[in-house]
Design a protein around this ligand. Structure first.
Ligand SMILES: Nc1ncnc2c1ncn2[C@@H]1O[C@H](COP(=O)(O)OP(=O)(O)OP(=O)(O)O)[C@@H](O)[C@H]1O
Ligand SMILES: [Mg+2]
Length: 219
């Protein structure tokens, strides 16, 4: 499903991802771990098409996403992948409902279909009661779940999640992890960055990074 080959991403003063290769099978749940600054977020952004690497390739279902034109890549991402950012990246003044709606507005989904789908996903995630609240008034755990709902709303084949439990207490973090295991049961492929060993152990495979390189890959 995802084939990453010889990926390199340099910033002005460092090489954040250095010659990384790995593959992820359809429906597989992969955790990416490693200490702060090891290149996890940069890798996730390159693999999902949010950042352009300096070299290397990312094939998703056989298509090299970095050889697509920018507009084509946006459409491809909107239809294929959902992304949960390290810091939620919600629109603070929008309601939870409006935040979750964004990928469907971009995808040109009709108003009635949008509403139906938002209610369905919100029930699945357990946020039906907070849909009318403004994002900036939500708790960390609620924001995280809204961000996950937004990533799921277009029924993507792949979910990329960057430390989805990073700012959460143990109980909420366990609830979010269980949610990912439920999402996996739907057949969704998941690539998740995490600092928590306990969370990584719930994945099918762990990729450990250090200084931009994979130092360990456990299946
Ligand atoms: N936009 C940027 N410009 C310049 N350097 C960057 C940029 N983003 C990240 N870096 C650098 O690239 C390296 C990898 O950063 P990255 O954010 O990928 O690490 P990370 O493993 O996700 O860390 P954390 O666990 O703290 O989130 C770091 O040295 C960081 O300072
Ligand atoms: Mg990071």
């Amino acid at each position: 499903m995802i084939e990453v080959q010889d990926l390199v991403k340099k910033y002005a003063d460092c090489t954040a991802v250095n010659n990384v290769s790995f593959s992820v099978g359809k429906g597989e749940f992969v955790a990416v771990t490693g200490r702060s600054g090891s290149g996890k977020s940069t890798l996730l952004k390159c693999v999902s098409g949010l950042l352009t690497p300096n070299s290397g390739s990312v094939l998703i279902d056989g298509r090299n996403i970095h050889s697509l034109k920018a507009a084509e890549r946006s459409v491809f991402r909107n239809k294929t992948a959902g992304y949960v950012f390290q810091s939620y990246a919600l629109e603070p003044k929008y309601t939870a409902f409006e935040n979750i709606e964004i990928p469907m507005l971009i995808g040109g989904v009709s108003k009635s279909a949008r509403r139906k789908r938002i209610l369905e996903v919100s029930e699945f995630i357990g946020i039906s009661e907070i849909l009318k609240k403004q994002a900036e008034t939500l708790s960390g755990g609620e924001k995280q779940r809204v961000a996950i709902a937004r990533a799921l709303v277009n029924s993507p084949k792949i979910i990329f999640a960057d430390e989805p439990c990073g700012n959460l207490d143990k109980k909420t973090s366990d609830a979010v992890m269980n949610l990912f295991l439920e999402i996996k049961k739907l057949g969704t492929t998941i690539v998740m960055v995490t600092h928590q060993r306990e969370d990584a152990l719930k994945a099918d495979k762990i990729i450990e990074m250090l200084d931009g390189e994979i130092i360990n890959e456990n299946i």
